[in-house]
Design a protein around this ligand. Structure first.
Ligand code: NDP
Ligand SMILES: CC(C)CCC[C@@H](C)[C@H]1CC[C@H]2C3=C(CC[C@]12C)[C@@]1(C)CCC(=O)[C@@H](C)[C@@H]1CC3
Length: 332
């Protein structure tokens, strides 16, 4: 039996690098499923993986995490195709219409918060969010709710008596308690939907452990660090992608002060790969596993306690279940 791994948002960035690293580790023992919203980009990703790992088994799945009907039909396809899912990487994510506050950035440069600013992006980024055809906030739907629904739908292939499966969320050190409110789960009133959705995924991971560990399903979160991908290129849209490469010497210098500048997708995927190799029972549900790169360029994974509590996690979980049942009754 091959180990079945499904990765959302697998056609680019950290998701694609993870697939490449997983295949480099264990190509012949893996059945990898790339779950992507755009099948043309998915096919291109599959071909690039097969070019370096010709014997690999790589399947494609059409999945738009921001769309309820897409999540439900993708889950249906997974349940028909695979008897058991061993790893589900919840990696797809967006930060739409980001606004980079240059003044706050320069103020931060000359303050005691400079390292935190570079490590988390705190205080210098806001976003303008849209609404999906299902009537949900786009960032909430894409980064959190679609993934929550996917896990719920895939319960039969994730929970097998006597065996374990792992959920692994690509969260962020940009996740802040202050950006999140139980009274405004979708972040309709604020300007930090990204931070709110990532904090919610940290809480949800804890709640999922409480509810599913006894059925053999374990959940963890990681932060890939600051990685140069389509998501980050969108932060300075006037700066073409290749010009970011010219900033590399500055970024290498910053790396001497903060190990969170992983920069490449290969390094950003470090903690995702590390978790793949761990026994899930040994993991700390209150820890976020960070991909880090030292000043000398060595990659490693380090757990850091998250600012989360079980009570808030449980309240979020019940609100998500409530939203799920509202949506199911609407769809019927
Ligand atoms: N880059 C960084 O510094 C950091 C990134 N992260 C997180 O890492 C994850 C991966 O992002 P990254 O690799 O940087 O960025 P990319 O933009 O390269 O990758 C994001 C992936 O998610 C996919 N995606 C976006 N929306 C949807 C959707 N509705 N349904 C299905 N797939 C979707 C994208 O598909 P498509 O190609 O079609 O757009 C793409 O494959 C995200 O969750 C992000 O928040 C966290 C911390 C730092
Ligand atoms: C032009 C200047 C010389 C350099 C500008 C740097 C900023 C654009 C980056 C500095 C820290 C970065 C960062 C992120 C985005 C880009 C920066 C603000 C994130 C917010 C990207 C998404 C995440 O999830 C965070 C973990 C990143 C934290 C650091």
């Amino acid at each position: 039996m091959k180990t079945v791994v499904l990765v959302t948002g697998a056609n680019s960035g950290i998701g694609l690098a993870l697939c490449d690293r997983l295949l480099a580790e264990a190509a012949d023992g893996l059945q990898l499923c790339l779950a992507c919203r755009n099948m043309q980009r998915a096919r291109a990703a599959r071909l690039s993986l097969l070019a370096s790992h010709p014997s690999a088994q790589v399947d494609l799945l059409q999945l738009d995490t921001s769309s309820i009907s897409s999540v439900v039909s993708a889950a249906q396809e997974v349940k028909q195709k695979y008897e058991k899912l061993d790893y589900l990487y919840l990696n797809a994510g967006i930060m739409p219409n980001p606004k980079f506050d240059i003044k706050a950035f320069f103020r931060g440069l000359f303050s005691s918060k400079i390292i935190t600013m570079f490590a988390t992006g705190e205080g210098i980024l806001t976003q303008w969010d849209g609404v999906t055809p299902d009537g949900l906030r786009e960032v909430f739907a894409t980064n959190l709710f679609g993934h929550f629904l996917l896990v719920r739908e895939l319960e039969p292939v994730l929970c097998h008596p006597g065996e374990t499966s792992q959920l692994i969320w690509t969260s962020s050190s940009n996740a802040h308690r202050s950006a999140f409110s139980l009274d405004d789960l979708q972040h309709q009133r604020g300007t930090q939907p990204y931070s709110s959705s990532k904090y919610a995924s940290d809480l949800l991971s804890l709640a999922l452990n409480t509810h599913y560990n006894k059925q053999g399903l374990y959940s963890s979160v990681i932060c890939p660090g600051f990685v140069m991908t389509n998501l980050t290129y969108g932060i300075l849209p006037t700066l073409p992608a290749f010009l970011w490469t010219l900033l590399l010497p500055i970024f290498w210098l910053i790396r001497v002060f903060t190990n969170t500048f992983t920069l490449t997708t290969h390094s950003g995927a470090e903690a995702l790969l590390w978790l793949f190799k761990q026994r899930p029972q040994t993991l700390d549900p209150y820890a976020k596993y960070h991909s880090l790169t030292s000043g000398l360029g060595n990659n490693y994974t380090q757990p850091r306690k998250m600012d989360i509590d079980l009570e808030t996690a449980e309240l979020l979980y019940s609100k998500l279940l409530e939203l799920e049942s509202q949506i199911r009754s609407r769809v019927k």
